[in-house]
Design a protein around this ligand. Structure first.
Ligand SMILES: Nc1ncnc2c1ncn2[C@@H]1O[C@H](COP(=O)(O)OP(=O)(O)OP(=O)(O)O)[C@@H](O)[C@H]1O
Length: 260
């Protein structure tokens, strides 16, 4: 059974279809990528999954649970985290506080229960802090932990955002253009982090990314959108040799499909 299943999703803006009868799935444990030309509907698809947009039609399930009937914050509790194309951090808060905010969705005890079950609440708090420390170590954020997030270099902010998403302990992590605006070294670091998150932390990943080298290198499964519709889906090798994809997405520029 797939972890994420998207079936027949249609999303229109003032009568124009941004997504038309889109269906695809992501298996548990995969790194999957959603690619396509500008305006193909990739971010709209992520927005439908995370709850920012509500499709006119279709069904989206996470581990067989119906996401479309849940509010966005309940989807986070159900195991979904995401990052954004334009970094979404609390710019005036420290790195540590940004990660704690990401963790907050897991603080599932209220004030009353904290009073009555202080020991239990404190044990949970310890657990949360340990998890945050693991994320800080893993992403090399120790030197920045008390610094204000908005003043950090761009590549570090991207890592903090990734940390905030990880702090929610997702089953499925949605990444919207994680490499955008990065230089080669930062891109390679980010690709490594994504693979480690997948392999060591066991988190399934769906990313939207324009850097074809990275996509073909790190993905188990690639889904291609074009004009709001699915053009192809398969392994990187299948996608790289798909004539429809080459024609529609890349034109004659086949070089862009070559991995690093
Ligand atoms: N909030 C909105 N209101 C109106 N139209 C929208 C909205 N969001 C997206 N669209 C339209 O939906 C279509 C798909 O946009 P989307 O941003 O999902 O594409 P994309 O594949 O992510 O593009 P890019 O690679 O440039 O980020 C576009 O025609 C866009 O103008």
């Amino acid at each position: 059974m797939p972890l994420l299943e998207v079936q027949g999703v249609t999303l229109t803006f003032r009568g124009l279809a941004a997504l038309l009868n889109v269906g695809f799935s992501v298996e548990k444990g995969q790194v999957a990528s959603l690619i396509g030309p500008n305006g193909a509907g990739k971010t709209s698809m992520l927005n439908c999954i995370s709850g920012r947009y509500h499709p006119d039609e279709g069904r989206i399930t996470l581990d067989d649970r119906d996401l479309l009937s849940m509010a966005a914050h309940d989807r986070v509790k159900a195991g979904l985290s995401r990052t954004f194309q334009n970094i979404a951090l609390f710019k005036g808060l420290s790195v540590l506080d940004n990660l704690m905010v990401g963790r907050h969705v897991r603080l599932d005890y209220g004030l009353l229960s904290s009073l009555f079950y202080w020991g239990k609440a404190r044990r949970k708090e310890d657990l949360h802090r340990r998890r945050i420390e693991e994320i800080i170590d893993f992403l090399g954020l120790s030197p920045y932990r008390h610094q204000v997030a908005g003043k950090l270099p761009y590549g570090v902010q991207k890592r903090v955002e990734l940390g905030r998403a990880l702090a929610g302990e997702p089953e499925l992590l949605l990444l919207d253009e994680p490499m955008a605006g990065m230089n080669l070294e930062e891109t390679e670091d980010m690709a490594r982090y994504i693979l480690d998150i997948n392999e060591e932390w066991g988190i399934t990943i769906l990313l939207v990314e324009h850097d074809m080298g990275v996509v073909m290198d790190i993905s188990d499964h690639v889904v291609v959108l074009d004009f709001g519709q699915i053009l192809a889906a398969g392994t990187p090798a299948q996608i790289q040799s798909d004539p429809d994809v080459i024609a529609a997405y890349l034109g004659s520029d086949n070089a862009a499909f070559t991995g690093r």
